[in-house]
Write a protein that binds this ligand. Sequence first.
Ligand code: MG
Ligand code: ZN
Length: 194
Amino acid sequence: MVHKVVFLDRDGTLNEEVGYVNHIERFILLPRVGQAIRLLNQHGWKAVVITNQSGVARGYFPESLIHQVHQKMEDLLEKEGAYLDGIYYCPHHPDIGIPPYRQKCRCRKPAPGLVEEAVRDLDLDTSLSYVVGDRGADIEFANRIGAKAILVLTGYGKGEWEHSKGQWRVKPDHVASDLYGAVQWILEQERVRL
Ligand SMILES: [Mg+2]
Ligand SMILES: [Zn+2]
């Protein structure tokens, strides 16, 4: 049994973009995110977070903070009857910090390393998968793993869409106001296919 999957960016897509979540108090879930993930859960989509957290390599916070923040994220989602099927992060940066965090890794988006790991762990079918994120790198990442790309206008999304999209090699398949709008579009695409 293989599973259909939506890969979710974290900062600016699930929670408020604050630069770096360098303290647990700075993790604030965006409106309608719990509802959106609950919809994915109910419709049989795996919801998997893929996030770059180079703040570790940069020395802004310890890797242990990421685990605390993810526990908070899961607790907040649980209160809304939603859950994530997997959370994968890259703590590296290619040129900043000290090894092992400074390295040219295969897991920093838009590289596909974390998706390959998730596919192995969770038995995912990437041929009908989606990536939802707020930055050009998320769109590039979707293209590299063969997924459809949705840009959300939360976080950096609105600014990237207005000012940076001219430099993007690939364009998103859809632009949504927020994660809930993105999930509605995904479910609509599925209805069209059936
Ligand atoms: Mg983001
Ligand atoms: Zn990495």
